[in-house]
Design a binder for this molecule. Structure first.
Ligand code: AMP
Length: 377
């Protein structure tokens, strides 16, 4: 299938080609016609599946055809869990809307930064990408009206609920017109998502895209048995001995992230931690430097890393194992994309041994365990 059979205008097709979107990904092939038809959709798809363009393209086409340019109210509302995702989704809207006639203005709003500039810039915006808390603040300050919303998109809804946004989401739903198109995107279909589905979707069509587990075969996985107090020295040893120039290190809490940053920096290794307690500016600059190759070590928690679209990474380290095997697969999937193979390294303490077995069983792959106690570092 090609993009030309998906009822997208020639302007969009041109932008797609210019940006090397050569053919639709499965989620796009399936979701675009449903959204174009104005139906409700439940899409189970991961970051990296191409889910953003799967809703951005048809939503823009629907707006373009409805010709709402005279009436610039918020027509499309996208709720996202994090600021990073808000910025990313907005970028995709901008990329594709800039070449469409009657250009639809989109904007990202999120907390952690001053509200005033956002209030001023809201004029003329018809597509709003927002984190729930800031959206409510803007509504309470009477800076926005949500009574013209015709399409609601919940992106990474599972994460939004995991982060405790249920109350805010309910509050926002009550502000929207009852008649609207609803699109629910989630990486997993759990009990909470089922509840949201029943609450907001009207006779939805369900699209499920299985994550590409075959990616795992491209990844070299290594595990080191290590005592908790030896993890820092082992990480430093690996960074130096393997001359790692770009490594994403996963930890399980903001406290561990900060501690590890301090330890590495103290030992002369340039590293930054990024997590929900850091300021927006610090998160953006750490990520930018890391992506550009100026910062060799980025330490992150799962929540922060999930929505971030980092292209191929040569190294990923599980400094602390995630609780869920899915998160493990997601983490290591950051490396070994397309033609390139990467290395995922996990640090396994004696207490982790059982859990690591569970992860391997779920992944259907066994990882050789090297005893760091036998190594010199
Ligand atoms: P997403 O899952 O929306 O975060 O998209 C993951 C990445 O895939 C982004 O970097 C997109 O630019 C890219 N992408 C999405 N759709 C396509 C496509 N059809 N062809 C090539 N790249 C794509």
């Amino acid at each position: 299938m090609s993009f030309s059979s998906l009822r997208l205008s020639k302007h969009l097709q041109k932008t797609l080609a210019e940006n090397q979107y050569l053919k639709p990904y499965p989620i796009q092939e399936q979701a675009i016609p449903i959204i174009r038809d104005g139906k409700d959709l439940l899409a189970i798809a991961q970051t990296g599946s191409g889910k953003t363009a799967a809703f951005v393209l048809p939503v823009l086409m629907n707006l373009f055809e409805a010709d709402v340019s005279i009436n610039r109210h918020i027509e499309v509302l996208v709720l996202v869990p994090t600021r990073e995702l808000a910025v990313q989704v907005n970028q995709v809207f901008n990329l594709f809307s800039k070449t469409l006639p009657g250009r639809q203005q989109s904007m990202a709003v999120f907390g952690g930064v001053s509200i005033n500039p956002q209030m001023i810039n809201l004029r003329g915006v018809s597509i709003l990408v927002a984190t729930p808390g800031r959206l409510i603040e803007l509504h309470e300050s009477k800076a926005i009206h949500l009574d013209s919303v015709k399409t609601l998109i919940l992106d990474e809804a599972d994460k939004m609920l995991n982060m405790g946004f249920q109350k805010e989401v309910d509050q926002i739903l009550a502000l929207l017109p009852a008649k609207r198109q609803n699109l629910l995107f989630s990486a997993t279909l759990n009990e909470e998502i089922t509840k949201v589905r029943d609450l907001i979707l009207n006779d939805p069509i369900v699209v499920k895209i299985e994550p590409k587990e075959d990616n795992i075969d491209l990844i070299t996985q290594t595990a080191y048995h290590v005592l908790p107090e030896k993890k820092g020295p082992l990480l430093r040893h690996l960074i130096k001995s393997q001359d790692m120039k770009q490594v994403l290190v996963f930890v399980s809490s903001t406290v561990s992230a900060d501690k590890l940053e301090e330890k590495l920096v103290k030992n002369g290794i340039e590293a930054k931690a990024t997590h929900s307690k850091k300021s927006h500016m610090s998160r953006v600059s750490a990520l930018r430097d890391f992506k550009a190759g100026h910062l060799p070590v980025l330490i992150a928690t799962d929540l922060i890393s999930r929505g971030i679209d980092i292209e191929f990474l040569p190294f990923v380290v599980n400094y602390e194992l995630p609780r869920s095997p899915k998160d493990y697969i997601h983490r290591i999937g950051r490396t070994g994309r397309a033609e390139s193979s990467g290395e995922a390294i996990s640090m396994i303490t004696p207490d982790d041994l059982h859990h690591f077995k569970v992860i391997q069983k779920k992944m259907k792959k066994w990882v050789k365990l090297t005893y760091s106690e036998d190594m010199e570092f």
